[in-house]
Design a protein around this ligand. Sequence first.
Ligand code: ARG
Length: 369
Amino acid sequence: MEQLIDLLTAEMQDAFEAAGYDRSLGRVTLSNRPDLCEYQCNGAMAGARQYHKAPIAIARDVAEKLADRPVFREAAAVLPGFLNLKISESFLTEYLNEMSVSPKFGLKMPEVPLKIIMDYGGANIAKPLHVGHLRSAIIGESLKRIRRYAGHEVIGDVHLGDWGMPMGLVITELKERMPGLVYFDDTYEGEYPAEAPFTISELEEIYPAASARSKTDAEYKTRAMEATFKLQSGVRGYRALWKHIMEVSIADLKKNYSSLNVEFDLWKGESSVHELIPGMVAAMKADGYAYISDGALVVDVKEDTDTKEIPPCMILKSDGASLYNTTDLATIKERMSLYRPDELIYMTDKRQELYFEQVFRCAGFPLRP
Ligand code: ARG
């Protein structure tokens, strides 16, 4: 169905034309004085200069043409030259009746549906969910459903935080508590057990304990960083342990998201793209896009029009470790090549705004808040 406001505009444009004025002046908008009327048209004000006429004279001419039309119950020309509009009840009833029997209440489907990837939820493996994640999940799920209803193709991805320091912390704490586990035996070559050596409630207690200790114990923190690095570089036992952490956490997350009625098409995350990182980094270095600064590999992303300082986007730390940035850039690359989306939508904490500004600039995409 045509939208109500477009029908009203067409009616108004006819009236402008019938009164001898340019049709394009007849744009109808929602009233900014709902105490006086429902809709309004400011076209007479805009036409005053063009026609060397007082706006109120133009408004009166147009109002006259609308007098016996069934659409408006009242079209009043008021000083200095507005048209205040009230819709007729019979016209509105007819419109609503038609809506009620039309598919999707008459919503027009796009000629070319967009393919959209929505990145929301963003839970972190082994770490507890917080209110920010709840917000992202609920708002993200709503936006996804609205876009689907409007006829677009939307792929929802939870984009788990599953590849960083929290993993190293959990592994370090597990080693501390259960050093005899086969996962820590460098000489072990057999199959690893199918069952995880911990439950979700144990995991929920392990991460906060490890995180707290790393804040006061520098040596422990170093070990956690090393564990993260070993995991990322593919040490067998660490990968196997990480898989258990993933399975146990994801099973629990799925339960929570399903009680919230939130559903993802993709359960990908930071770890899903780690194999793309070396190639991406090499390409960024090769054409000089990324350069070494203070030992780290960075890309300048500031622009002349910036009103605040936008620091360079760091691709690799001086020890060669990848960052949240790096996985997000590789994820953009993967999404573009696997799905060829028209839009990528991210639902994250406001505090990550500058971060995403850097990442999107680095990827060559405009940020539209
Ligand atoms: N895991 C992140 C967090 O807890 C949110 C992930 C948002 N999405 C992204 N592509 N970075 O803050």
